[in-house]
Every structure is written in structure tokens, then in C-alpha cells.
Design a protein around this ligand. Structure first.
Ligand code: FHN
Length: 572
């Protein structure tokens, strides 16, 4: 399942719909319930299940895609897949060790798969014998052991549960086609016989549960979704995400493998991400992201007001792969010095991050996360605020001089960067904090670049970044428009271009500026992450003045698209 496609499906599942809990809870009560989560900022996702046994290989063939999907991707017959249970004996599993790894990483909560799409429960379920206690030589309940270890170390524990997809029980939902007669059955029958009893078990038998992480909503009836939703009353303080379905928005948005370019204004959100390319263990996936990438992701996410749920995929022996442990340890060492700039921090006031790094805020403090240490030692901060004092979190002895001007603050950094990945400057500030945002203007060479991160988009589509590139996605609503205001000081004729992507079928938009309209067909590129630069046509902007450019879907035949930017190039 491509993440991009999944993102579209998820967006459909949560579009619209009332948040039932919001009607019963005051803002103050919600704030109190979310307090620990807002402070935590960094959690460990654990994808651990029967799929760790094949570990990406079936019948001697390496099966592509994410490891926990091997049964579906490899179309493994149910009986063959269930056969892995006899080999699943994670004797090296040590809950206390996993919790220590999370704690040493500076993580404050853990969310573990209690049952993934394969239908195999990682806890002693009475609802189905297809579980780690009854069906394997292990004969232990790892979630029970993990819950005890989390309580001992004061780490919050949450459960992931795949409420719709279940490839291992008759009637369980499937994204894609069934491949085994054993999967035939009634969805409601599955939900009432397996999913509802199991969710009740994980919310009743493991002590306080801090998070319920629903996943891949499907077409469960509203009546049955309501039953699942109501089970959360067993844990009144629980936090849930936006992936239950049935119109429930939950508490958190869940961008996956990407970072929204400007967060989700007005919503709590958490980016979940793998350290390599798979959630569930694959023996040959060694494409581990660097500590620099992972740590800067954490900073980037915190600077936009979100949480980072970073995944580990333990082996069938119950061991978290060492490359993942190593990276987490390095992140933990950085947080031990700079955690004040992350835990409980809020987004800075700037819509567009400075080129040198990111900014987070705490009451009375501004934190400048410097990725690119200026060679001349001069750091320009496009903000107006009264600064009382500045220092480096990594070296309090190095006092810093800060001056102010109409373009904002200037921080004078003597010496070398204390940290090659991210050096943090702490400014004690007073009074109002205002960002200085320069309007989009024509470049010296006459071109105009309209980046999606600076587009006006309302609540949708959403801007997200993947591998450092922003794009506009989740464009489900054909009445949602995207617009930019920019200033031209060299009038003339311009060729308009836009990197565009769509899957399934072509789509159409109209680009309007200065009373001119360009009708643009969006090419079917086959993946929301694969863009084609489309030459949209030419326009004349004959005055040195501000203009507004709008991109509007053509509703008839609309298919969701991704857009990376719009550029205007002086035409010959
Ligand atoms: O299909 C799952 C996938 O296996 C994994 O669990 C991710 C984690 O967010 N969720 C779904 C894909 O969006």
C-alpha cells in the first residue's frame, strides 16, 4: 500500500463528521487530558508481530514493500502464514530493555501494535486463539510485561489496533482483493466477534492505556464504529487518533512518513515515521536514516507544534535492531542537553522557517535550532521581541550578543557550532513575539516562485514535506482552492509551470491570475510522490504591482492531485 494512496484513503475516512468527544468535554478538560502528550513531543512506535518471522522473505523470494504487509503483498495463504506461529518464540524479548531504550532516547511514550492487519494478536486474547500466548511456543503476554515495565519507568503506553483490516479472520477487512477462501465472511460479524472484544480486552486488562492508535479505517458500519468508539470510555483519559473512521476526527492528525510544511493549525498532530523503510522487521532493509535526518525531523516537527512517533521493528527473537538503538541513543544524548527546547515547546510564529534552522517557543523563551551555523557568526532572526539574554544550551559559558533592527533580531555567534547536527541558542525574551514575513516577490532574474508552504489553503488541501520537499496533498475537495499573493516589479509575459502528480486518472485545474485563465490537465503519474512539470500556458502581468494567483480544481472528473509549486518564468 503506497503511503501516498493510503494518505488519500485516510483523508476520505476522516473528512467532515462531528467529534463526539468534543461535545462532551470542555476545552479545559481536553487541555488537561492532552497535557502530558503536548509535553512529551517524542514517542516510540513499535511494529512487532508474526511478520517478523518471515522478515520480508517468502518461499525464498524477497517480498517488496513494508514488512508487516508481507501476507498481503506476497498473497501468502492463511494456513501458511499461520504456520509461522510455531516458529515465533521471542526468547530474547525483555520489556524492561525496550523501555530503557525508549527512555534513553528521550522518548516519553510507547505505542505498540496489539493486532496488525494480519489478524495475529500480540496479547493473550480470549476472543481468538490466534495470538502470541496460545498459538506460539512463547506462552507469554508481551503487552502485559511491557505495561508493567512502562509503569515502573513512568513511560506512557498506548496500543495500535487495526480495527478494519484483518487478513487472518473470516470477514476481516482487506485493502485490495482477498486471496484466500478462508478470508471470506461478514465484516460486521468479524467486528463484533473479534475487533470489539479485543479492543475491550486491551482497554481493560493492561492498566492505564494512554493512546489508542486506530489504523486504516474501512467501510465498517457506523453502528459498529460507534461501538468501537464507545469502548474508549473504559479509559476516559485516553487519546485517540483520526483513523477510526465513521466521521470521528479523534484527537490527533496522523501524517505518515512526512512532516506537514506548516502543521495543522487548530489540530494536534503527530508524524509517524520509520527509521529505515519498513514498520515491521525485514532482515534486509538496511536503509536506516541518519541520526542527523531523524534529529532534524524531531526539531522540525516540534517547531511546527507536532509530536514525533518514531518506529522500531523488533526481530522475531524480540530484539530491536542495533542500528535503530544506536540512532535513538544519539538522539537521547542530544535531548539530554537540549530537551528544554523540545519538551512542551510550541510552534514559533513564523509560517516559513529560516534557512539556517528552526525555532521553538516556551513561555519567556525562544529557542533557535541552528542546523547551518553561519560562517560569519551572524544569525538573522526575522522576529521582533525584547531580548534580555542569550546563551547556548550546550555551553552556558559562551554568552551571546543580540541586537535588534527593523528586519528583526541579529544574534552574534562567536566560535564554532557546539553540535554539528543542531546547536540551540536560548533567548530569554519579554513582551510580544511577532514574526516578520516578507511578501513573495519576483526574483532578480524575473522569475516568480510560489512555494506551497506559503500558499493560502484553508483547512485543505494540506501541505506536507517529504525528504525535505514540500508538496500539497490530501486535495479531496474539488471546491478547495489554493492561492498566493506576490509582487511583480518587472512586468511582462510569463510562462507558468507546475510540478503535478495524480494517480488513477488524469485531473484538471484552472490557474487564474490578472483576469487570465489557464486550463491545465494534471498527468496521471501513478504515484502521489512522482511529479511531472507541466507547462500550463502564458500570462501577461503588465503592471508593477501585487497579483493574486489562484489554482482551482475542475469539479467534473476531479481526482485528488499533489502540487509542489507554481513558477512564472519570463517568456521570450
Ligand atoms: O497499513 C499500515 C502500515 O502497515 C503501518 O502500520 C502504518 C503506520 O502508520 N499504518 C498503515 C499505513 O498507513
Amino acid at each position: 500500500m503506497k503511503t501516498w494512496t493510503m494518505a488519500v484513503l485516510l483523508a476520505v475516512a476522516v473528512a467532515g463528521g462531528a467529534v463526539v468527544r468534543a461535545a462532551e468535554e470542555t476545552a479545559g478538560q481536553r487541555q488537561a487530558r492532552m497535557k502530558w502528550w503536548h509535553e512529551a513531543k517524542f514517542g516510540m512506535f513499535i511494529h512487532w508481530g508474526l511478520y517478523a518471522v518471515p522478515a520480508g522473505t517468502w518461499q525464498g523470494q524477497q517480498i517488496g514493500g513494508i514488512g508487516e504487509w508481507i501476507m498481503n503483498t506476497g498473497k501468502i495463504p492463511s494456513a501458511d502464514y499461520a504456520g509461522f506461529a510455531a516458529q515465533f518464540n521471542p526468547v530474547k524479548f525483555n520489556a524492561g530493555e525496550w523501555v530503557r531504550i525508549a527512555k534513553d532516547a528521550g522518548m516519553k511514550y510507547i505505542v505498540i501494535t496489539s493486532k496488525h492487519h494480519d489478524g495475529f494478536a500480540m496479547f493473550h486474547s480470549q476472543a481468538s486463539p490466534y495470538n502470541i500466548y496460545d498459538a506460539t511456543p512463547f506462552k507469554r503476554d508481551p503487552l502485559k510485561e511491557l505495561a508493567a515495565a512502562c509503569r515502573k519507568e513512568h513511560i506512557k503506553l498506548g496500543f495500535y489496533y487495526s480495527q478494519f483490516q484483518d487478513w487472518g479472520h473470516p470477514g476481516g477487512g482487506i485493502y485490495g482483493e482477498r486471496w484466500d477462501q478462508a478470508q471470506e465472511g461478514d465484516l460486521s460479524g468479524y467486528v463484533n466477534k473479534i475487533a470489539i472484544p479485543q479492543v475491550k480486552e486491551i482497554l481493560s486488562n493492561y492498566g492505564p492505556v494512554a493512546v489508542l492508535w486506530w489504523d486504516t479505517p474501512g467501510n465498517i458500519s457506523k453502528e459498529d464504529v460507534d461501538k468501537l468508539h464507545d469502548l474508549m470510555k473504559l479509559q476516559p483519559q485516553i487519546i485517540s487518533n483520526n483513523r477510526l473512521g465513521g466521521g470521528y476526527a479523534g484527537d490527533t492528525e496522523t501524517p505518515e512518513q512526512s512532516i506537514p510544511a506548516s502543521g495543522y493549525p487548530g489540530r494536534d498532530w503527530e508524524t509517524c515515521m520509520t527509521i529505515n523503510d519498513t514498520w515491521g522487521y525485514k532482515s534486509y532493509d538496511n536503509n536506516f536514516k541518519s541520526t542527523e535526518t531523524l534529529l532534524r525531523n524531531l526539531v522540525d516537527i516540534a517547531s511546527k507544534g507536532g509530536n514525533y512517533l518514531l518506529n522500531v521493528g523488533p526481530t522475531a527473537e524480540g530484539v530491536i535492531p542495533q542500528p535503530e538503538v544506536d540512532r535513538l541513543k544519539e538522539i537521547g544524548a542530544w535531548l539530554a542537553v537540549n530537551g528544554a527546547a523540545i519538551y512542551g515547546a510550541t510552534a514559533g510564529p513564523l509560517k516559513k522557517a529560516p534557512a539556517w534552522g528552526r525555532i521553538t517557543c516556551q513561555p519567556g523563551k525562544l529557542y533557535l535550532h541552528v542546523f547551518n551555523w553561519p560562517a560569519d557568526g551572524v544569525l538573522n532572526v526575522p522576529m521582533q521581541v525584547q531580548v534580555k539574554q542569550g546563551r547556548l544550551l550546550a555551553d552556558h559559558s559562551r554568552k551571546l550578543e543580540v541586537t535588534g533592527g527593523e528586519d528583526g533580531l541579529t544574534v552574534h555567534l562567536a566560535g564554532n557550532a557546539p553540535d554539528q547536527i543542531c546547536s540551540v541558542v536560548e533567548l530569554n525574551v519579554a513582551g510580544e513575539l511577532t514574526g516578520i514575513e516578507k511578501p513573495l516577490a519576483q526574483n532578480a532574474d524575473g522569475t516568480v516562485t510560489l512555494p506551497v508552504a506559503e500558499a493560502k489553503t484553508g483547512n485543505e488541501p494540506q501541505v506536507e514535506s517529504k525528504e525535505g520537499q514540500d508538496n500539497l496533498g490530501f486535495w479531496m475537495n474539488p471546491s478547495a482552492t489554493v492561492r498566493w499573493t506576490f509582487k511583480v516589479n518587472q512586468p511582462g509575459k510569463f510562462t507558468v509551470r507546475a510540478p503535478l502528480a495524480t494517480v488513477g486518472a488524469t485531473s484538471r485545474v484552472v490557474i487564474e491570475v490578472a483576469g487570465q485563465s489557464l486550463d491545465v490537465t494534471v498527468p496521471q503519474t501513478g504515484d502521489y510522490g512522482k511529479f511531472q512539470v507541466v507547462e500550463c500556458g502564458t500570462v501577461t502581468l503588465d503592471k508593477a504591482q501585487p497579483y493574486e494567483l489562484i489554482v482551482k480544481p475542475v469539479a467534473d472528473g476531479w481526482a485528488p492531485i499533489n502540487l509542489r509549486a507554481v513558477t512564472l518564468q519570463p517568456a521570450p
